[in-house]
Design a protein around this ligand. Structure first.
Ligand code: PMT
Length: 399
């Protein structure tokens, strides 16, 4: 997303200015071209050289002394694909809200027509001050993006809202702003992770799903403007930003949540690795090891509901249903059988069993089979990219 994108990073004078250095590093790592503009007070916290070395560009701090060009502020404003002010002080927010242009940053920002993201960071009482809130409202009403500060212990020892969010979070939100909103107005229901079927209070039947593939799809859909509900089995991943996550454990719980959210959904993507069978009679107390000669323990299992099949039966002509198929062999044959049996529009067939695709890996390779018999091959790549290509194909097929 950031490859060759032109990002203007504005840094103002707050203790969180050190986090702007990390944000700059992440932007550069993601492939962005970054120009930094600092206010005079920002330079009291972080030296200009740091930003210059990391951005590989001259840093603008004074319109009259810093630059060869007489219209550097206009050059930078027209160059930018997006601008992010992190941290943004109450003073800069006030100036931007009222069109005051009295330094390099505020003057440049007046000429920026690209999307602008403001990340306020200050003492809680200052942040909650009615004037600061009014100024933020003005900027938001004008179409700029405001990122709420985190809460916690602040540099001034006060506890409350005012901390600059982590740089990765700011990067994630900036990516969302820059992403084409081709899912705007669409509701997407995604399931991810494993289900966990109890044997007794300490043991369970499950599988190796980490949730990475399903979460990548949910995140990509949100960035593309979709309203996403994610029904998730137990995983070690943070709840994605801007998404409603519903936590479940068993197949029964996942079925109930998927079905109760089904009617509102336009696109349903069922990535979860659901246990096909569950113990018939889960015990309420721990099964004890028996001290006799019989070394075997038999646990009787019964079939779980097939959630995707139920969805396929209920789906309306306007809904688009995508299944995943984790196969160790006969990938194509099994995928095509499932597309028919479960009445799907598309199935992503996943050859599992290797370390670089399928369960747990950060990368994946899948073959997309469609109802009309067509096929689209996604070679090995990061799950984030697989997610976006899969969504491209869904949008294309939905017309
Ligand atoms: O989570 P990761 O570590 O990133 O791994 C990703 C993945 C390998 C789990 C994912 O890419 C994948 O292949 N998911 C589908 C796993 C699976 O359960 O496949 P299946 O062939 O058993 O099921 C086919 C489809 O029916 C799936 O969409 C599944 O969600 C659904 N199903 C299966 C059984 C059941 N009782 N109810 C269901 O809805």
């Amino acid at each position: 997303m950031f490859k060759d994108k032109h990002i203007l990073l504005g840094v103002t004078g707050g203790i969180a200015a050190y986090k702007a250095v990390e944000l700059l590093r992440l932007l550069k790592k993601a492939g962005a071209n970054v120009n930094v503009i600092v206010t005079k007070s920002a330079l009291k916290f972080v030296g200009k050289t740091t930003f210059e070395v990391l951005s590989e560009n001259p840093v603008l701090s004074d319109l009259y002394f810093d630059t060869q060009s007489l219209v550097k502020h206009i050059d930078l404003a027209t160059w930018a694909d997006a601008a992010v002010i992190a941290p943004a002080t109450a003073n800069t927010i006030a100036k931007l809200a009222h069109g005051i242009a009295d330094d390099a940053l505020s003057t440049t920002l007046l000429a920026v027509t690209a999307p602008v993201m403001i990340c306020p960071s200050m003492n809680t009482d200052m942040y909650q001050n009615i004037r600061v809130q009014r100024n933020l409202d003005i900027l938001e009403t004008d179409g700029w993006h405001i990122i709420d500060p985190d809460s916690g212990v602040l540099a001034c020892k006060a506890v409350g809202a005012g901390r600059l969010p982590d740089p990765w979070f700011i990067l994630d939100r900036l990516e969302a702003i820059l992403t084409r909103k081709d899912l705007k107005g669409k509701k997407i229901l995604v399931s991810a992770g494993p289900t966990v079927e109890p044997i007794d209070p300490v043991r369970f039947v499950s599988n190796h799903s980490s949730g990475k593939m399903g979460y990548a799809i949910a995140r990509a859909a949100e960035k593309r403007g979709g309203t996403v509900t994610l029904v998730s089995g137990p995983v070690n991943l943070d709840a994605p930003v801007g998404i409603e996550r519903i936590d479940v454990e068993t197949c029964e719980q996942m079925a109930s949540q998927m079905l109760s959210n089904l009617d509102q959904a336009d696109i349903i993507i069922k990535v979860a690795a659901v246990a096909d069978y569950k113990p018939i009679d889960p015990k309420t107390s721990k099964i004890k090891k028996k001290d006799n000669n019989n070394k075997d323990l038999c646990i009787s299992m019964t079939e779980n509901p097939d959630i995707l099949k139920l969805i396929g039966e209920k789906k309306t002509k306007d809904q688009f249903v995508v299944g995943f198929a984790a196969e160790t062999d006969d990938l194509e044959k099994n995928a095509l059988l499932k597309i028919k049996k479960k009445n799907l529009d598309m199935i992503a067939a996943n050859l599992v069993g290797s370390s670089d695709s399928g369960f747990k890996a950060d990368t994946n390779k899948v073959k997309l089979f469609f109802r009309d018999g067509s096929l689209f091959d996604i070679p090995l790549m990061e799950k984030e990219k697989v997610a976006n290509i899969l969504i491209d194909q869904v949008i294309k097929k939905m017309g």
